[in-house]
Write a new protein. Structure first.
Lengths: 519, 108
């Protein structure tokens, strides 16, 4: 298919301007997304209290864990309206206990060690980076909708990119010429990573946009699904049962504990493996518990839950893959694909690599646009976009690395350590952007900031040894999850140092001239 | 372990496709038409083996998706690394099925 010159130019303009307008924000989202696929092991790694085998906690019954959590809240005037008990998901970790503050209704959380000791939550590196992935910054949760809009803009850039390159895709698919000069190198990188990464980019942006906008679309059109009952649709959109009231099964006998609730859940869902219990109105007139978990042998996409009335033992709602509402099934698949609830840890490494490839595709797109601008003689000093691309592109990696270092350097007992870490991230990112805006050469900024990020990241496992003996250099009894995270961070740091050396070498190499360089 | 074995098999399959389809490879080491057809067939067989190896807990659709995404990473990596380190690319592609076989044996 050959496009007319007008169509090609129009599509190229859409492709270039969509990329330039949203590229740097998307780079940050992809970077944090690549880290967030490891959110669970990072969550264990960041909190030393969790550096113990999960079996120590899983040997204790859920009811005993709940009672330990309630005992830890002994100084509260009344039992909180809502409680939540999470069990460790992997081979390492302890129980997580959450409750609502009676005054503010905000959730408070902490960790329950097998000894019964309660440690209030104090570290949120993994959660912050996960929230940053969809721009849900503290106090600005509405920015998540902007993230959905950015995903749609990226889809536009991808679609227009495919259309303008369609006649040459076969020829350019395997073509990479690192020795032919910087502009050709960027162009080849952009095309190879862009084309090879197409399935990932389309899938992630499409599922990401629907995860954000799905509930909005559902609540905006209550008629077809629930006869105009906006409240019911709102509950379904939030993945809650539309009606709590009519039991789906008769009450056998009162469920007096979480252990009874777990027995009932297992009777309803054969092979049920509990991961969490949400408790509401404990000690009140109608106490409810939702047992949530997976089905044995059916993978992470088998997330299921059973809602039980503790006063009668009646099952109020069962949510399993086999009994999904259409909206729940859609969300199960969208989230399952977006968050890689399949293929195990190896698949998460694959997704992270594809996310880094998407970052490179975005940044090389900016460089190609700047190179074209230079080719038509616009400007001798580095363009503002070149400075911002370097400052945000490399600066965001330095900021993440600095946040990891801060998380291991700050004493665990420091009050407000999460806020301090977030301030470190924001401060380092701002400093890197300021550095890039003042620098003479943006390519020098690239290798210098990549080297800084690499050095910071590579040092993290050493700093981590101060906090816990369970890691790579801790010297104590190793916990596989903690060692794996330390190792991953070390490898990432060394890879960044290697990349910095390669960029430095490339930036100092003489550039060829002639037709090849302009290809 | 089985999913890691499947990923390794996908990698060697993509490498076979690269050897059969890349113009850069053809210009440096020209292959006979029959040899290229054999490489394409090996690549297709590798994808089928990877599909069979995929963990049973995932549905067929997720297994296919996993293989497509792995092939994307593998193809990007091979295309970028092969021009600067052809020997290393060939060695990893040849070693991948051996490592996959060991993983499968260990997991059974």
């Amino acid at each position: 298919m050959k496009l007319s010159v007008h169509a090609w130019r129009t599509l190229w303009a859409y492709h270039a301007w969509a990329g330039i307008a949203v590229g740097l924000a998307l780079h940050l989202m992809f970077l944090c997304g690549a880290i967030s696929v490891f959110r669970e092991p990072l969550g264990v790694w960041e909190e030393p209290v969790q550096h113990r085998a999960a079996r120590d906690t899983l040997a204790t019954s859920p009811q005993v864990l709940l009672e330990r959590g309630l005992a830890a809240l002994g100084d509260l005037p009344a039992i909180p309206q809502r409680l939540w008990l999470g069990l460790p998901k992997g081979r390492a970790g302890v129980a997580r206990f959450r409750y609502t503050d009676a005054r503010t209704s905000a959730w408070r959380a902490g960790w329950l060690e097998p000894s019964g000791r309660f440690t209030a939550e104090r570290e949120s590196l993994a959660t912050f980076l996960y929230h940053l992935h969809y721009l849900a910054l503290p106090g600005l949760a509405g920015l998540a909708y902007l993230a959905g809009a950015l995903a749609l803009a990226f889809l536009l850039a991808v679609a227009t990119g495919v259309l303008i390159h369609l006649p040459y895709l076969g020829r350019q698919l395997w073509r990479f010429r690192p020795e032919t000069g910087r502009r050709v190198l960027w162009s080849d990188l952009h095309k190879v990573l862009g084309v090879m990464g197409l399935p990932f980019q389309i899938l992630i942006c499409y599922t990401g946009a629907l995860v954000v906008f799905g509930p909005v679309l559902l609540t905006a059109m209550p008629g077809p699904g629930a006869g105009g009952d906006g409240d019911a649709v709102g509950q379904v959109a939030s993945h809650e049962p539309a009606r709590i009231g009519a039991p789906v099964g008769p009450g056998r006998q009162p469920a007096r504990s979480l252990d009874d609730a777990l027995r009932i859940a297992r009777a309803e869902v054969p092979g049920f493996l509990p991961l969490a219990f949400g408790v509401q109105d404990l000690g009140g007139t109608r106490p409810l518990v939702r047992a949530a978990g997976l089905i044995e042998g059916e993978g992470e996409m088998s997330a299921s839950s059973v809602l039980i009335d503790l006063s009668t033992g009646a099952v109020l709602q069962v949510d399993t893959p086999a009994a999904d509402l259409a909206s729940h099934a859609t969300r199960r698949w969208l989230s399952g694909i977006h968050y890689a609830y399949f293929g195990g840890p190896a698949m998460r490494i694959v997704l992270a690599m594809l996310a880094f490839a998407a970052c490179t595709t975005i940044l090389t797109g900016n460089w190609i646009w700047l190179a074209r601008k230079r080719a038509v003689g616009a400007g001798g000093r580095p363009h503002l976009l070149a400075r911002l691309t370097a400052g945000i592109g490399a600066g965001s990696i330095v900021a993440v690395a600095a946040m990891f270092v801060a998380s291991r350097v700050l004493p665990m007992a420091t009050a407000g350590r999460s806020a301090t870490e977030q301030a470190v991230f924001a401060g380092v990112l701002a400093a890197c952007v300021a550095w890039a805006l003042r620098a003479r050469s943006s390519s020098a900024v690239w290798w210098q900031q990549l080297a800084a990020a690499g050095a910071l990241l590579a040092s993290v496992p050493l700093w981590a040894a101060r906090v816990s003996p369970a890691g790579l250099f801790g010297g104590g009894a190793p916990i596989a999850t903690v060692v794996a995270v330390d190792l991953g961070i070390l490898v990432a740091g060394l890879a960044l140092l290697g990349l910095a050396a390669a960029v430095r070498r490339a930036s100092r190499a003489p550039q060829p001239s002639g037709p090849e360089a302009a290809a | 372990m089985r999913e890691l074995a499947a990923l390794l098999v996908v990698h060697s399959g993509v490498a076979a496709g690269y050897a059969a389809g890349s113009r850069a490879v053809q210009s440096r080491w020209p292959l006979a038409q029959r040899m290229r057809a054999v490489l394409w067939a090996l690549g297709a067989a590798a994808m089928t083996v990877a599909f069979a190896l995929w963990p049973f807990a995932d549905s067929a659709a997720l297994a296919a998706l996993g293989i497509v995404l792995t092939a994307a990473v593998s193809a990007s990596g091979i295309t970028l690394v092969a021009p600067v380190w052809p020997r290393g690319t060939a060695i990893t592609a040849a070693a991948a099925p051996v490592a996959a076989a060991i993983l499968v044996l260990l997991s059974t």
